[in-house]
Design a protein around this ligand. Sequence first.
Ligand code: ARG
Length: 457
Amino acid sequence: SKDKLWGGRFTQPTDKFVEEFTASIQFDKRLYHQDIRGSIAHARMLGKQGIIPMEDVEQIVHGLQQILQQIEAGEFDFSIALEDIHMNIEARLSAKIGEAGKRLHTGRSRNDQVALDIRLYLRDEIVDIATYLDLLIDALLGQAEANLDVIMPGFTHLQTAQPILFSHHLMAYVEMLTRDKGRMEDCLKRVNVLPLGAGALAGTTFPIDREYVAEQLNFPAITRNSLDSVSDRDFALEFLAASSILMMHLSRFSEELILWSTSEFRFIELSDGFCTGSSIMPQKKNPDVPELVRGKTGRVYGNLMALLTVMKSLPLAYNKDMQEDKEPLFDTIDTVKGSLKIFADMIREMRINGETMRRAAGYGFSTATDVADYLVRKGLPFRDAHEVVGKAVAYCVENEMDITDLSLAEWQLFSAKVDNDIFAAITVEASVNARNVPGGTARARVESEIRAAREGK
Ligand code: ARG
């Protein structure tokens, strides 16, 4: 216990397994950069306030910069006995520069220090994730622009419903991902608040200047309650929740890509680089990437549940339970960034079988609603029109034909209001372009949505 920074009141050494069990250095070493940056800002503030001598501040800053270089060069020996990144760095600093190093922790606790480090770390990652979202949105817009002529069947209940533009379908994902970006940016507002200065839980007796630290670390605001500052992980939960929703979107999209790649659909072909073969079945080309993204959605949901459960019932203020915040957070960051990056590349390289989609768009009585709408324009109430077309569909099923195969004479068996202009009204193009309302699938609407998205609305 002599070598522990907190060893003063202890007489017996920590059990070896307890040491390992309670340590977080294995995973929180990721925070080294934020930890050093925060300590430098803290030390400068202590010096400016006359709490520690300026000569000490210089030594501390210099020492920390050397430690940073050592870590980045892979020359730093992390020690389990020193528990976490905060004490690993502080102990090394004191070993290097002596007395001055031991003054760094004045007016600070690991509780406000760790809250600071996570916030610094997460805010950069959120900015990164927003950039990855932009890349995926850009890939989708590229495909939407390049395939404006492609008509596909739109589905409800996974049954053919009405023809839509393939670009319209892609733009639905642009909407979802744009909201995901908004959620990330919104969460960033609450991440981006300085908790340092809360001390262990109650504040500090030293005349610190929190605003000065906030300025140095680019925080637009400081936290208002010391207890909350060290025990709040809402900001991490919000990030995990936003990430879960984002992954849910990628998972839905994955499911569609997997379905569209089957030999039954053949709507798209993923490029070889994103698929793998089978060790036994020579014909196989498996869509591993979307399958894995769909699968990884589960671990991101799990991470959200893990931290929600860690935090529930925790009394104020800091509890060691909260050390369990880091792995779910880090794992989510890695998973979301990886999934977004690979998705953007995969979408960019995806090949579209426009002919197959178009053929499928005509199957399954996809323009039946258009016939009903046609009859409404001829004066029939919609419910009656629905009934008429239903009968026509039943006739087609009976005679194994498509609704577009009916002759005018056959149409007139069902309604005298049908005329020669029916044929032009029920092509898949006419069906798509007739849906010319804001948010509809008409080509002109989709084009203007793409344009709006390109211009950032
Ligand atoms: N490693 C700790 C964590 O991640 C740092 C804070 C420890 N504070 C304490 N009082 N033990 O939560």
